[in-house]
Design a protein. Structure first.
Length: 337
């Protein structure tokens, strides 16, 4: 049911989905009429993701990406089995089963309405252009239409979140194991062998070559430790101006106890819908990862009490004329059979 050419195309399109630090932890295994999704344990962040929540959300986004890719190939999905945390999941050394997709052939046109936006979605870390009034109205209407979304658009609120994001970012960077793990996924020079394959390169981080060189030195000890002692480390991690240029800050919440796979599926669909509306986004994940900042966000913006804050995004209009090229692993490394 899945010729080799289709397998390559399905995985290539599915792997456009976002993942934490662009680690791309999802792997695919094809059967006659089913696809198994696994998490590569070498791609799970040991420091930044001890609960494996981010790995699950990343895999959930890839699961949704797989379903969207299948919709373009007249393959009807008969069943989706969530294997996250299941004792009955098939075992494979070095990998953990996450989901099973069971398919049947179908001759009808089943293309997902968001399929055309998969290749157009990208993560934007730079300054935003001002959004048109009509686009802002459409964004507000879209936000009100989803119970798991909350939008902050007041300039005072965005300023508050810009400061809070900088505070939390500095706190996380002061944690040396966290910083070293993050730095292992940062590609500061174009000659890095994984520049175009994974992690965050200079294009993704919106840094020049000179800025990248400076950051590669300043973010490592003993330089970072020295700058921190002088009270200057905050200047390395601040993104206040970029956050303040956003049209809105978006909070994504999810009912407590919900599977991270389901949360990841929704996250990806919402992000593709943002793309359809003409907006780009950058995750400010530290605001959700730190319990005290998550609590401040929940209180100030009246987030649902029965929900957990999953991620926070700054959202705005893209800068015309520049689209960062996505870094993605070769497809042959993603298919296990």
């Amino acid at each position: 049911m899945f010729p080799e050419a289709d397998r390559i195309d399905i995985v290539s399109e599915a792997n456009h989905a976002p993942s934490v630090h662009n680690t791309q932890p999802t792997r695919w295994c094809f059967g006659d009429s089913e696809i198994l999704l696994y998490v590569d344990e070498d791609r799970v962040l040991q420091v930044g993701d001890p609960s494996r929540q981010d790995a699950g959300v990343s895999c959930g986004a890839a699961l949704e990406g797989t379903l969207i890719a299948l919709s373009k190939r007249r393959a009807a999905v008969e069943e989706i089995v969530n294997l996250w945390g299941s004792a009955d999941a098939p075992e494979l050394p070095g990998f953990t089963a996450a989901a099973r997709i069971v398919c049947v052939p179908n001759n009808e046109d089943l293309q997902d309405s968001l399929a055309d936006y998969v290749s157009k979605r990208y993560t934007w870390r730079g300054m935003f252009d001002p959004a048109a009034k009509g686009a802002l109205e459409a964004l507000a209407e879209w936000g009100h239409g989803h119970e798991n979304l909350t939008l902050a658009t007041a300039r005072e609120d965005i300023g508050f979140l810009a400061d809070l994001n900088d505070q939390m970012s500095l706190r996380f960077f002061k944690n040396k194991p966290y910083r070293e793990e993050l730095l292992s996924y940062m590609r500061f020079i174009k000659s890095h062998p994984l520049w175009s394959q994974d992690g965050l390169n200079l294009d993704a981080m919106q840094l020049s070559g000179l800025e990248g060189l400076a950051a590669s030195i300043a973010l490592k000890d003993p330089f970072f430790k020295g700058l921190d002692m002088l009270g200057l480390a905050g200047h390395l991690v601040t993104e206040r101006k970029k956050t303040q240029s956003a049209s809105a800050i978006l909070f994504l919440t999810s009912p407590k106890g919900r599977s991270p796979l389901d949360t990841g599926r929704e996250l990806y669909r919402r992000w593709l819908e943002l793309t359809r509306l003409g907006f780009v986004a950058w995750p400010m994940a530290v605001l959700a990862d730190a319990p005290d900042s998550a609590a401040q966000c929940a209180s100030r913006f009246s987030l649902p009490q029965a929900h957990k804050l999953i991620n926070v995004f700054r959202v705005g209009a893209p800068v015309a004329g520049y689209v960062p090229k996505p870094a993605r692993l070769p497809v042959e490394r993603l298919i296990l059979n």
